[in-house]
Each structure stands twice: as C-alpha cells, then as structure tokens.
Design a protein around this ligand. Structure first.
Ligand code: FES
Length: 624
C-alpha cells in the first residue's frame, strides 16, 4: 500500500496519515502513520485501559484489531494467549498504526468501587456562604444613594467587598425584582444578587480529586447534609496509574499538561453535572467548590507544571491557592463561585492528607493514632493530640493491582476477598459475577491466607509441591507451573467460565515490596515520634484501597502494627470528608490551614539505614 492510498492530497513532505476507526464508540481519527493505537486513542478522547501510561509494562491495554494489519510483538505473546493473538488482540501501546485500522476497544470501567463517605467529625455550621434577603427602599430625588450603597446598607451586618462583575447586572436585578433581592456573600465577597428570597437555597460541592477515582458530593450548606454523591474514574487514567506517570506525560510532550488539565477539569465537571441533576439543584446555586487532592493532581488541575514535584528536591508550586474562581478552571457552577483548595504540606503529603487529618481529628484525639493512606504513594501521619508527624512511603503500584498478572481495579469481576478454611478456599467477587481478575484487597487477602495456611512461607516463596500436598492436599492442585513460574489458581477456567485467575510468585514479591515500604515508613515514623509499635492505640486505614482492606489480613502480612483488629479502622474517603468540613465551617477551614504548621514532615529517603530496614521488612510475620 502506498502513502497516496491513504492521503492522496497530502503534500509530499507531510507525514503519511492513516485512519483508525474505533468500535464501539464509532469514532474515527486521522493520525500520522506509525503512531501507536494507544496514543491515537488517548489523544482523541477514547479511553483504553492502562496503568503504566502507555509504556508497555502494565499489559492492560488490550484491543482487538478487526481489520488492517498489526503484527504481534514479543510482549503480545507474553500478555495474551496464542488464541487471543490469533484473534487479533494486541497491546495497544505496542501496536503501531501503519495502515488504516478498525479497532475494538473493550469497555472501560469508569465507576470503580470507591468509598464515597468516610470517618468525619460533626461540625458547627458556619459556612463561608451566607445569604441575606433584603427589601430596599426605592431611590428618590431625596435618597440619592447608589445601588451598591443601598444594598450594602441592607446587609450592614456583613462587611463585604464587591466582585466588580456583579455590578454589571446589579441595577437591572434590583429594579426588575422591585428592590426585593437576596445578596449572596462568600467569605467577605458579594458574589451575586438574586431576585426575591432565595435564602433557602445554598449549595457547595466537595471534591476528592484522586489519582484513580474522583468523588463529588453536593452539600446543602443550609442544613449541612449531603444532597447527592457520585464517583468516577479520573479521566487522566490512560496516562498511567500513578502520579509519576502523569508527571512524565507532561515532560514528554508539550501538549501533555494542557491535556491532563482538561481531563481533570472534565472529570470534575461531569460529576458536578451528575450530582446537581440527581438532586434537582440548579448549578447556579452552587457558590463554592472545595477540592482535596494530592499535590500532583492539584497542579495538573490548575495547569501548573508538575515536573518539580517529580524530581529531587520535590518542590511544590505553592502550599495554598487563595482567590481561585470556579470559572478559572472551567467548572460550571455559579459564575462567581469560589474554589477552596485544601492546602498541601509537601510534594508527597498533599491536600488530600491534610483533609484526612482534619476529618479524623488527628490534631485533637489524645490516643496515639496512625493514619495510613494506602496507595502507590502511601502517606502516613502519627499524632497524639499534642504533636503530629507525617511521612510518605513509595509503595509502588501493587495495591492498585497495576503490576499484578491478573490485577484489575475494584470493579465487577474483581476478586476482592479470599478466605481459606478446612473446607477449602472461598473467593468474594465484586458484583457477584464470575471472576476475571484480582484487585488490591483480594491480593492482600490471598497472600495473607496462603501465608497463614503455610502455602507461602515467611520469605514469600510458594512451598514445594510435596510439602503443600502434605499440608493442604485440597489446595495442592491449585499450585501449577506456567511458563516456568509457579502460580496459585484463584479461579480455574471452569470456575471463571473464561481465563484462569492466578496469583503468581512475582505478584507475591510485588506485594512484599509494597508492604515493606509501608511498614518501614510507619516504623521509622514511630521512632522519630519516640513511640513503640505496642503504644499505638488506633490505626486508621484511609483512601479507596485502605477502606476495603481486611484489617486481619493487613496485620497478618505486617502491613500495619500488630493491634487487635477492632482497633484498625477503615476510615473511608476521609479526604472527601475534610473537603465537606471546610465548606460547612470556617473555623475548620482555618484548622486545615493550621495543620500545615502543626504537622512536622519527616523525609524517609535520606534516612540513614532506610535500605537495610526496608530489606528487613520484606518477610511476612510468621503465623502464630
Ligand atoms: Fe500498554 Fe500499559 S502495557 S498501556
């Protein structure tokens, strides 16, 4: 096939272009020949599953070439069965589009299982949003006060500054509503004047902007109650599962930052539209949006180059972003609505952790507590009501199941629980459907149970077959060898009705690295705090992953201190709870700011002996 077959009008020095048609979306794109299917799709808004951002390591970007030629690469044969390769399946990030192609993209779960609420505290309602209904006297020749003076006199209990754009419509609104209006004040700014009495209606939206999942809650600030909550996958996910992949995407391509900004904004905008629709609330009645996110997510949302966050010495653009308007970041709510960004302590202890520490009362509870947000980057806070310290441990992608052979997000078909008793093994699958993969909590459960029953030893190795046969003959036939590696079958082909779901020896190693990073983190933090493991009175497991983690499994593999399981609390979406609190209470908003001075950050990477401690933490505790 010649270039002219594809693009007969192309100038001679223009790159040859090819057409890719995607099903089931029906979208077609023209791209220069040689661009990968993954890039062509991602840059044109077609989401293909990925946790590595197109770097050929996660093996999640499976697509099927329905017409056109894409030869299979070595890695395709490792990630796919021979039958799948034969059927046209390829890894999209390794598939160059040298020809016109028709490509089937498997549907992506855009609503992974996510915690939408979490541990929070009751707050006394003192929102920044205030409304005053006033009936003003008509102007006259003897009363020559300006429109603004007249209004200000009507709300003289509030000291207000005036958003200049409000003046553009003030005169008409006053006259058309017969001088009976409601003044809307946010903090100390007059942001709107509405006809009639609208004092009964005032909303704000709390957003937990996670790297994986974004949660938005519409709050009725008159009552302090949530009116609707929705969550969805962060649309940036084709650029990789973790913040480093997203930062890299901005460094590799000048279009990366605006693209990621747009995707963050459109994720939040879509959720805003959904929560308002669900509650039947006009978006114009939403006067504030609070956003809690890690530092990278916030800088991407605001269009701030995140590169300094990804390279030593890891510097934030700013801890706070005062004076931000929702319209500045493309959010369609009230035209003069404000945005409150939860402040960040450092590049790896962001506003989401400050929000979580606020919601869980780390600054006031007298018990010695550890707050652990389990994820690719694991943030740990310790506090006893007097002092607080924080650190971050790079746990890697195991908990997001990104580097796990059959790993998947917590979506229907994911094995989320595994238990083994005398009768054999039992798995719990999200959505009560046939298992297709393994999510992070299922991974922790599987390994923890296999360690407990002695199929995996404390060094993390599957025991030799003869020993397993002796100990657990019922499980022995699940231990198989595939391509020279030992696998444990969590679901056979018969049980899954499709492909096997396996736990590989390498998966166990990945989990060991992650848990060692986290346990090294809290052990060193405890030392810096001058406390012992036995002194810890409560562990709060935060974040979407921490919420679904089984406390007993977490203790058994040494991920958290050895405490009675009742003292290990799934804290849920505490970042979202913190964001709600700053919308409902100005003192809590100031409290979030004060946490920046109160929490002392401890850097682990330059800690003497970190590496030795990490190696020492790789083993699983011996079952008692
Ligand atoms: Fe292709 Fe990860 S392997 S996107």
């Amino acid at each position: 096939m010649t270039p002219s077959d594809h693009d007969e009008h192309a100038a001679p020095d223009e790159p040859r272009r090819v057409t890719l048609s995607f099903t089931p979306s029906g979208k077609s794109v023209r791209v220069p020949a040689g661009v990968t299917v993954f890039d062509a799709a991602s840059w044109n808004g077609i989401a293909i599953d990925s946790t590595c951002g197109g770097h050929g390591t996660c093996k999640k970007c499976k697509v099927r070439v329905l017409s056109g030629e894409v030869s299979a690469q070595k890695l395709d044969f490792r990630a796919l069965t021979p039958e799948q390769v034969q059927d046209g399946w390829r890894l999209a990030c390794l598939a160059p589009a040298n020809d016109d192609l028709e490509v089937e993209v498997p549907p992506l779960t855009t609503r992974p299982k996510a915690a939408t609420v979490g541990v929070g505290r009751q707050v006394i309602l003192r929102p920044a949003i205030q409304k005053r209904y006033v009936e003003l006297a008509d102007p006259s020749l003897s009363d020559q006060r300006t429109d603004l003076e007249r209004l200000r006199d009507g709300v003289d209990d509030l000291e207000v500054t005036v958003e200049p754009r409000v003046l553009a419509t003030l005169g008409r609104t006053l006259r058309e509503s017969d001088w009976k209006v409601t003044a809307v004040v946010v903090d100390d700014a007059l942001v709107g004047v509405e006809p009639g009495d609208t004092t009964g209606t005032a909303y704000a939206i709390a957003v937990d902007l996670g790297t994986t999942t974004v949660v938005a809650t519409l709050m009725d600030v008159k009552t302090g109650t949530p009116a609707a909550v929705r969550s969805m996958l962060n649309k940036q996910q084709p650029f990789g599962a973790d913040v480093i992949s997203r930062i890299s995407a901005t460094m590799l391509d000048p279009e990366g930052l605006p693209r990621l900004q747009e995707l963050a904004q459109s994720t939040i905008s879509e959720l805003i539209a959904e929560v308002c629709d669900e509650a039947g609330v006009d978006r114009g009645s939403v006067y504030e949006v609070a956003i809690a996110g890690n530092a990278t997510m916030i800088q991407l949302l605001l269009g701030i180059d995140p590169e300094p966050l990804g390279v030593a010495p890891f510097i934030l653009a700013s801890r706070t972003y005062p004076g931000l308007m929702a319209a500045d970041i493309g959010l369609e709510v009230h035209p003069f609505a404000r945005v409150v960004v939860l402040p960040a302590l450092g590049a790896y202890v962001g506003g989401d952790i400050i929000a979580g520490a606020l919601a869980s009362g780390m600054d006031r509870d007298k018990r010695l507590r550890l707050f652990i947000d389990v994820g690719t980057n694991c943030e740990i806070v310790i506090g006893d009501g007097e002092r607080m310290m924080a650190t971050a441990a790079p746990a890697g992608p195991a908990f997001e199941a990104a580097s796990i052979r059959n790993g998947m997000r917590a979506a229907p078909g994911a094995i989320e629980t595994v238990s083994i008793n005398d009768d054999g093994m039992k798995i719990g699958v999200i959505g009560d459907v046939k298992p297709v993969g393994l999510c992070g909590s299922g991974l922790v459960d599987a390994v923890s149970e296999l360690v407990r029953v002695g199929v995996i030893d404390s060094s993390g190795r599957f025991l030799p077959d003869d020993q397993v046969k002796e100990k657990r003959p019922d499980l022995a036939e699940r231990l198989v060898e595939r391509a020279g590696e030992r696998h444990f079958l969590l679901a056979t082909e018969d049980e899954s009705g499709g492909d096997e779901v396996v736990l590989t020896q390498r998966d166990v190693r990945e989990l060991q690295f992650a848990k060692a990073a986290i346990s090294t983190g809290w052990r060193l933090l405890l030392e810096a705090f001058g406390a012992e493991e036995a002194d810890v009175q409560q562990v709060l497991l935060a974040g979407s992953f921490g919420t679904y983690l089984s406390p007993s499994s977490a203790v058994r593999i040494g991920l958290v201190p050895k405490l009675p399981v009742l003292r290990i609390v799934s804290a849920g979406n505490v970042a979202g709870e913190g964001a709600k609190m700053v919308l409902l209470s100005l003192p809590e908003r100031h409290g979030a700011q004060a946490l920046l001075d109160e929490i002392h950050y401890v850097e682990l990477s330059d800690h003497e002996g970190f590496q030795d401690r990490f190696v020492g933490e790789l083993a699983f505790p011996t079952p008692s």
